[in-house]
Design a binder for this molecule. Sequence first.
Ligand code: TRP
Length: 447
Amino acid sequence: MSRAQFATRLGVIATTVGSAVGLGNIWRFPYETGVHGGAAFLLLDLFFIFIIGVPVVCAEFIIGRHTGSNIRGAFRMLAPRQAWGWVSYIGITASVLILSFYSVVAGWTMHYTVKSVAGFSDNTSTEALHAQFDSFASGNILPMLWTLAFLAINYLILSRGVQKGIERMSNILMPILFAILLLFTVNSLMMPGAKEGLMFLFSPDFSAITPSVVLGAMGQAFFSLSLGLGCLITYSSYFKSDTPLLRTALITAGLDTFVAILAGMIIFPAVFTFGQQPEAGPKLVFEVLPSIFADMAGGVVWSTLFFLLLFLASLTSTISMAEITIAYLCEEFRMTRRGATALSIGVAMILGSLCALSFGVLGDMKVFGLTLFNLFDYTSSNILLPIGGMIISLFVGWKLDRSVVISELSAGGGRATKFATRIVIFCLRWLAPVCIAMVFIFGLNIF
Ligand code: TRP
């Protein structure tokens, strides 16, 4: 079977960044940073992104491009009949879990897009905006319908194939999103609470670092980079043979981090200006943003545009998540693309509905003290992704032929890549696995 390929190098960057940039940056990063006390969390996040994340991104790229296969097929090719292949099942499970709860939040962005056009209530006090979000999210039917609508849109795009749908859309939308975020950042920096907000985000209090903060930061780094479940293996299987892998990984991580920090610089000044709580959790962004827009000239236009773009950024991310399972089902079980898409999205629709309801009628259904939504988020981000990342990094560091690693990493690069290749290999063999293992042992309190 001949496989699709990304047409241009810009297409490669734009789609990979499109996968990375999404709710993880604009919704999850501010709320996790808020919950975990601010700047110290950001510093840890940066460490995990650049020191652990970038090498593991390279590892996924190496596997994907070398095999040009879906996640299961890739491991079968490289390590036939060996236990390494189990990592693909971790990846597929995690991607379905993430797709499910992620779609709930993407549904919220759709609701807020429509609401922006229709207008928020005339009372734009902080309390009124909070009440508005709470009554929407706990309303059962409406959030569930939005979740289903979001997944249905995913189905329509994904069943049309890789290149046409994903690439064209990302190329146009990502630059617009960057521009509008920059504009909002300037707006937030002029608020009275700007100083306090920036202190919260950038001035670390190291005494706030606990094992669970470290675990949370590692989970956030993996989540935001779309790392650890083979999403990037699948995407890089569509790369060309001369795409420079390390450079692509660095650009992706750089832009991804940039967007997250901008989101922080938009949200936290507003949090302190409007007297909100940084540790509000998943609803943080949805309560703070409307306050910002209510205060802006032309707020209706800005808020519509913003939620619309956020919805589209989520879409480029969920497309990449679903693509893992779809490529797997198509290539391993010879399903049609349409059938594979229907099956993956169908499962996500069931689980996603349950997650949506966990803010309402299913709110009391708790597993390990967490609602379904939080359980899916916590287990996939903080546990499954890092485990997947650790296995992938051990695999490329120790098991995969060194010559494959070197030739993949040096493709399309100059002399400087030789030195960089050594560093990446060292990180994959030692640094990443040891760090991830240690964070687990302390963060999950294993002993
Ligand atoms: N990185 C995306 C975001 O920040 C979410 C995402 C897309 C993802 N694909 C993934 C997370 C694969 C984990 C694994 O919104």
